[in-house]
Ligand binder design. Structure first.
Ligand code: FAD
Length: 534
């Protein structure tokens, strides 16, 4: 064993939700010392909160919800619910993606504490044809009015046609979607958004992928369900009633998701764990089937060797494999062929928004839409979603009276969007928002750009051969790849935390071993809906 703390050292690569959970649980459950190395200058990973001139940005809009009681309680122990948002021991129904669960607030913050979670009501709508559509879409008078009766009928006819004249063989995602929803609905709602999100034409994505992943295309699914339902009913197809009246509620740290992980970091340090920011793990030493040390480079560029007994890695699995230098070149090929989608978000501070009366909503305060976020379905702009941070938590906004927005783009590192200078990109994004009638560019007060590489591990490329990578990694007795990019799995925070918990269980000998880690989030194939975008 290594000498640190006398009981052994666990190197944790990455201070995102997975790494921080692993550090905290090791300190709670063992005498081992966690040494966390984080390349970034702050903790939280993709779930960090970025502060720009006092305004706080959430990269994506992170709802805190889990089916796991363990996770819900864990979060509450770190950040209790704000006084007034819930009564202790009085059950609170929270609903998320139309799944409902009863949550028992056990701990409540006292008085004016800022270290709290808020209970938020979700509202998000679709913006298409310069109008708002409900999300999930309902086939009500508002929708027909927005779409127009003629267009609604055309979609119905096209759906009917697709049911009679099916595309065969069904090879591409386009075939898959047209066969199920009709060409018109596909072109209206699926094609542009799917291609915007993944950056690949639907004709180049396999239909099999659609069959596995269609659950993820939630905007499209909602639209398809709502619009095709009456036609399917007319055709006599059995259709279960869906309950859409439940209000979705989720938990949200007052200062954004990063507050959770900053608070965990504070507790980890208090208990003797070490967190080294601006420290990148650049190399891994192995002897036989054991990792013996990692090479770490700090912000000054100086490098040192850190001996360890265990490694919990949340770095992208392609980087981990490259650093392990496998003898089998096939393992390297698979790892390096794993695709990702990258993400950019512009924080835009505006004095006001310019929604027309047609777009106004009784739930709005008149200055901004009432939504937490809005799906931008307009084909003439590249923006994918718009976050209204004021509606996540007013504490994210520095100056009362201003509106703090997040303009989200799906992109690829090095592409046209990614390569724009920050100034140009802010201009471009503000121009898009002006084009769709949401703001007047003269009301823009300030802006910043955040680039998030590898935001989405994608399930094409060599992903179907991922078993080869897993088998190689499983050979190492003291190496635990966990988390979103660590396992190349479309994890939400809770899945990353559960994988970290399983890794700690395996290290301390109380868990069910490495298979428990891989089983997290394996049964529900696409929790995180990309266009909902987590
Ligand atoms: C747009 C968007 C919206 C989302 N919405 C939600 C939501 O509503 N709810 C939810 O629960 N989840 C959501 N998620 C998912 C959530 O962000 C992730 O599940 C979570 O952050 C993953 O945690 P992690 O620790 O596995 O990985 P990460 O957050 O990616 O953290 C990994 C860390 O490792 C560090 N690192 C990598 N390589 C090295 C190295 N070599 N050396 C040192 N450090 C390294 C990185 O800098 C990073 O800090 C969303 C994600 C996105 C992109």
């Amino acid at each position: 064993m290594s000498s640190e703390g006398g009981k052994g050292v666990v190197v944790i690569v990455g201070a995102g939700p997975a790494g921080m959970t692993a550090a905290m649980e090791l300190l709670r459950q063992s005498q081992l010392t966690p040494l966390v190395f984080e390349a970034d200058s702050q903790v939280g990973g993709i779930s960090k909160t970025v502060i720009y001139r006092g305004n706080r940005m959430d990269l994506g809009g992170h709802r805190f919800f889990s089916k796991s009681d363990w996770v819900m309680q864990w979060w509450q122990q770190i950040l209790p619910l704000a006084a007034g948002d819930a009564e202790p021991s009085t059950a609170l129904r929270i609903t998320y993606r139309q799944q409902s669960r009863i949550f028992l607030p056990e701990i409540q913050a006292s008085g004016e504490s800022d270290a709290v979670m808020l209970v938020r009501e979700r509202l998000s709508r679709i913006f298409y044809r310069r109008r708002f559509f409900d999300y999930p879409l309902r086939l009500n008078s508002g929708t027909v009015r927005n779409m127009g009766l003629t267009e609604t009928l055309r979609i119905g006819l096209s759906y009917g046609h697709a049911q009679i004249a099916r595309r065969s063989p069904e090879t591409s995602l386009e075939d898959f979607l047209v066969n199920r929803f009709g060409a018109r609905l596909y072109r209206t709602f699926f094609k542009d958004y799917t291609e915007k999100v993944w950056g690949v034409p639907c004709t180049e994505i396999s239909s099999e992928w659609g069959a596995q992943r269609i659950k993820g295309l939630s905007v499209a699914k909602a639209l398809a369900g709502a619009i095709s339902r009456p036609f399917r009913l007319a055709a006599g197809t059995d259709q279960r009633k869906t309950e859409t009246s439940l209000i979705e509620r989720f938990l949200y740290p007052k200062f954004g998701p990063g507050q959770m992980w900053e608070e965990v970091a504070r507790k980890v340090a208090m208990r003797g764990g070490q967190i080294h920011l601006r420290h990148r793990v650049v190399g891994i030493e192995r002897k036989g089937q054991k990792i013996t040390a990692v090479m770490v480079k700090d912000a000054t560029g100086s490098q040192r060797r850190v001996a360890c007994d265990f490694v919990v890695s949340t770095m992208p699995v392609c980087e981990l494999i490259t650093k392990l230098e496998p003898e089998d070149v096939d393992v390297l090929r698979i790892a390096q062929g794993l695709p990702y989608r990258d993400f950019m978000t512009v924080g835009l501070l505006v004095g006001k928004m310019t929604l027309t009366s047609r777009q106004s909503d009784p739930r709005s305060d008149g200055r901004m839409p009432p939504d937490n976020w809005i799906y931008i379905q307009e084909p003439d702009v590249k923006i994918g979603r718009l976050q209204i941070f004021n509606n996540w938590s007013p504490a994210l906004v520095a100056k009362p009276g201003t509106i703090w927005l997040g303009l989200e783009y799906f992109c690829r590192q090095g592409d046209e969007l990614w390569s724009m200078t920050d100034g140009r990109f802010i201009d471009y994004a503000a121009g898009e928002l002006e084009k769709i009638g949401m703001i007047d560019r003269r009301d823009v007060l300030d802006g910043t750009v955040i680039r998030v590489p590898k935001a989405y591990p994608a399930y094409f490329g060599t992903y179907s051969e991922f078993g080869g990578v897993r088998a190689y990694l499983d050979q190492f007795s003291n190496l635990y790849p966990v988390g979103r990019n660590g396992m190349h799995r479309y994890n939400n925070q809770d899945h990353s935390m559960l994988a970290a918990k399983a890794a700690v269980g395996s290290i301390t000998g109380v868990g069910a071993g490495k298979s428990e880690i891989w089983n997290v989030n394996a049964e529900d194939d696409y929790h995180e809906e990309l266009d909902e975008t987590s």
